[in-house]
Design a protein around this ligand. Structure first.
Ligand SMILES: Cc1cc2nc3c(=O)[nH]c(=O)nc-3n(C[C@H](O)[C@H](O)[C@H](O)COP(=O)(O)OP(=O)(O)OC[C@H]3O[C@@H](n4cnc5c(N)ncnc54)[C@H](O)[C@@H]3O)c2cc1C
Length: 483
């Protein structure tokens, strides 16, 4: 069981302890927003927010039930399908994309949204549109903390103006929690759009079900697709590899557009406390491969929602061959809410935004690796956890040893080990003041992953070639049935 260290943790209630101790806490702050006397959120030594105990130790039965209902990884309460069908039950359902009315590939060249955004700028455009037409009074999203000397570079905050919304553009691959901002929202009078990765949106949906005051404030939920959430160590490791020590990192843009290469080969731009500015393609860095899951919250390995199925609209990267080559970037968009479907369709008609409708098959294709990791991959990981006697929350995917072929199972085992090893290796590297120590400690697992992946690729090519050969030599009368 991983050792989660907190500076001054109070004893934590048993139900949350189970989630935290079994690496299922994403540190979103839903429990602390619902029951601040019982739960608080604190950053651990690995640079991850986690739930800790509050002033009161023993939860009542009502509190226990409330925890199960709001925590997105408790395994209790409504799941993504339940929430989706209660909100958009009249829309079309899809196993991967969830309920949906329309899917698009889209971008917004006008007013600099695309240039200023991570992908096509659609998320900031949608938020600005909602503010402009008076559907909302503010946006709850993740922005630079902008307090000099602060270790925490980004946080959830509220934007009330168009300029503030636009200044919040870009993806933050960084730990955030929402308990403070939700308290602020509850005390306010307006209506807001909430932006989050899928588990945060699910948590907000669940909070709204038990908290009428919050429900009245949250007018729309907007999701950004998610591969996994990163700890603070991800930003620090990027900086350190470029020569800026972790404590010296001042600002970071994780999605700096490089106009001489494909959108998928974006760069990183950062500044140090001494005023130095550095730019570098992610390609050349040790942390570039998201498939390795470096600095991933371990809870992300228990998630089965890639696109944010409980959100009114979801935005991701158009990682499709037709669009990934364009360095300007493009979004995949999944619309579930009727009003938002109208606003998006109108904007296409009047030329505010560009793009075209997309099939759910193409949405799947744009996130193929993510879906493989979250569905058959999750089924295997759940089974492996069962074998190790670890608790796991109830998921929509069932534990299954055979969900993956043997080669993929070995890759998955290495990834699980690497995600864990990475955390301790980085803490150790900071203690001894050497980035090289971090690289050396993870090297055996990175090498094993590379070797297995190369072999896996070769096996996939061989299977494909053998299928092609079979269909080529198939006799006309064999009916094409399986032998
Ligand atoms: C941790 C993480 C993992 C991701 N993984 C994938 C993936 O696997 N596949 C994929 O296609 N896309 C993924 N994305 C989404 C992608 O990076 C873009 O954010 C998305 O395509 C929207 O781009 P845009 O140009 O429309 O957004 P922009 O116009 O740049 O606006 C982005 C909006 O999102 C808000 N935001 C940024 N970071 C966060 C955060 N951590 N939590 C809540 N709100 C935030 C910003 O405040 C801003 O309002 C991920 C994003 C994050 C944060």
């Amino acid at each position: 069981m991983p050792d989660v260290r907190h500076s001054n943790a109070l004893p934590i209630a048993q139900d949350a302890l189970q989630v935290v101790q079994h690496s299922a806490c994403i540190g979103c702050g839903a429990c602390a927003a619902a029951m601040p006397e019982l739960y608080q959120i604190e950053m651990n030594d690995y640079g991850e927010y986690q739930a800790i105990g509050g002033q009161q130790v023993e939860p009542t039965d009502t509190n226990r039930e409330a925890f199960a209902q709001v925590c997105p990884f408790s395994g209790g309460g409504p799941d993504e399908d339940d929430i989706g069908s209660s909100l958009y039950g009249d829309a079309t359902a899809n196993e991967y994309v969830g309920f949906h009315r329309d899917c698009y590939v889209a971008w917004v060249d006008k007013n600099n949204y695309r240039a200023a955004g991570s992908s096509g700028g659609m998320t900031s455009w949608m938020l600005a549109k909602l503010l402009g037409v008076g559907e909302i009074d503010g946006v709850i999203h993740v922005k630079p903390a902008n307090s000099p000397g602060e270790r925490q570079l980004f946080h959830y905050a509220i934007s009330h103006t168009l300029d503030e919304v636009r200044a919040g553009a870009k993806s933050r691959y960084y730990p955030v929690e929402m308990s403070s901002v939700l308290s602020e929202v509850r005390r306010s009078t307006g209506r807001y759009a909430f932006v989050g990765v899928p588990c945060f949106v699910k948590a907000v949906r669940r909070l709204c079900l038990v908290d009428p005051e919050l429900d009245a404030r949250i007018a729309y939920c907007i999701a950004i697709f998610c591969g996994h959430l990163k700890s603070r160590a991800f930003a620090e490791a990027i900086a350190w590899e470029l020569g800026v020590e972790p404590a010296e990192l001042e600002t970071i843009d994780f999605r700096h557009k490089l106009y001489d290469r494909p959108a998928s080969q974006y760069g990183v731009k950062l500044t140090s406390k001494s005023g130095e500015t550095l730019e570098h393609p992610m390609q050349g860095l040790a942390t570039k491969n998201w498939g390795l899951g470096m600095f991933k919250y371990l809870a992300c390995d228990l998630c089965d929602d890639v696109v944010g199925e409980t959100a009114d609209i979801s935005f991701g990267d158009a990682w499709l061959d037709e669009y990934r080559l364009d360095p300007r970037g493009a979004n995949v968009v999944v619309v579930r809410n009727q009003r938002l479907a109208e606003l998006v369709a109108q904007a296409f008609q009047n030329g505010e935004i560009e793009g075209k409708p997309l099939s759910t098959k193409d949405v799947y294709r744009s996130q193929e690796a993510g879906f493989r990791h979250r569905r058959p991959g999750l089924a295997y990981r759940l089974w492996a956890r069962e074998q190790r006697g670890e608790w796991s929350p109830q998921k929509r995917v069932q534990p299954d040893a055979h969900a993956l072929p043997p080669q993929r199972r070995r890759i998955m085992d290495v990834r699980v080990q690497l995600a864990d090893r990475c955390r301790a290796a980085f803490v150790h590297a900071k203690q001894v003041g050497s980035f090289q120590t971090f690289l050396s400690e993870i090297d055996p697992l990175v090498t094993a992953h590379q070797r297995l992946s190369r072999r896996g690729l070769w096996l996939r090519i061989r299977r494909k070639l053998s299928r092609l050969a079979k269909s080529f030599f198939k006799s006309p009368g064999d009916g094409g049935g399986q032998k």
